[in-house]
Write a protein that binds this ligand. Sequence first.
Ligand SMILES: C[S@@+](CC[C@H](N)C(=O)[O-])C[C@H]1O[C@@H](n2cnc3c(N)ncnc32)[C@H](O)[C@@H]1O
Length: 298
Amino acid sequence: MGDAAGRSSTAKERWKILGNALRGKKSAASSDVSVRRFADFNLFSKSPFPNDDSTSAEDDGHTWVEYCWTCGESAALRIRHLTESVTAKDMIGFNNTGNVCVWPSEEILAHYLLTVRDVFRGKSVCELGGGMTCLAGLALSASVPLGKLLLTDGNQRSADNIACVLAANHDRMRTQSYSSRCLLWSRSCAYENLCQQFDFLVCADCFFFTEFHIDLIHVVKTLLKPDGKAIFFAPQRSGTLSRFTELAKEEFNVSVASEYNDIVQAQRQQAVKCSDSGYTEDLHYPLLVELTFKATAQ
Ligand SMILES: C[S@@+](CC[C@H](N)C(=O)[O-])C[C@H]1O[C@@H](n2cnc3c(N)ncnc32)[C@H](O)[C@@H]1O
C-alpha cells in the first residue's frame, strides 16, 4: 500500500474506533484503547502487573503493565494504562488527540534518555505533554538521580493518571524531588514558579497540534534555563514537525536528526521490511529535535 493510501485507511480506522468509543461501543482495538496500527519499536518488554491494592492487573477502567528494560542496567516501572472507553469530554474541546496510549515517540524518548542518562545526573528535568504515563521522565528518574523531576500533561485526566503512576513507582525513583501536575501550554501564562527552572525539557509526539506551536515555544522559552536544552521526539506527521522547527528557529538554535541510536535504527529497518506491521515512516518514525537558546549579542 502506498503512503497516501496507508494514511487514509489508518485515518478511517481511527475515526471508526473513536466513533465507537463515543457511542459507548467496544472496538476490536479497545483492549488498550489504541488508535494506531503500528504498535511500537519493541524497546521495552511489557507484561500485565497486579496493582498492590488488588490481585489482578485490572483496576477500575485501567490496567497495570510492567515495562522492563535492559538499557545500561535492568530496571522496571509499573505503568497504568487506560482500558475503558474514551468519552467525548476526554477527546473534544481541548485537543487531546492521542492521549490514550503510549506512542512510539514516547518509548523512543525514554530509550534515548536512558542511553545518555549520565548527562542528566543532578539536573532538573521537566516532561511536557507526557500523555497518560510520562514514561520517559519516569524511566530516566528510575535510572539516574536527577536534581528535580516534574512530569506534566495539559489534560487533567492524564495528570491524575501520571500522579497515580508516580505513587506506584515511589520505591523505584532515584530522584528525591519529584512531582507531577497539569500544565497547559499557553502564551498568556507566566508560569511564575517554573520560570527558568529546568536544565532539560523533554517531550514526545507533541508537534501534531499546530495551533499550539506558539504556546509550546512560549513554555520552552519560559521554563528552560538560559543554558538549558529542550529534547523532542516526534514523527513528521504531514510536515507538522517542520512547521514547528521553522517557527522555533526564530528564537532557538534547532537541530534535527533522523539517525540517533543504533538500536532504534535496526528496529526501524525491521519495521520498514515488515509489510503488514502498519508502519508508516511519516506517522511512526520519530526524529530527534533539540532546541537551545541563541547566544545573545554582548
Ligand atoms: C500524541 S499525545 C503524546 C503523549 C505522549 N507524549 C506519548 O507520546 O505517548 C500528545 C499529548 O499532548 C498533550 N497536549 C496537547 N495539547 C496540549 C496543550 N496545549 N498543553 C498541554 N498539553 C497538551 C495531550 O494531552 C497529549 O497527552
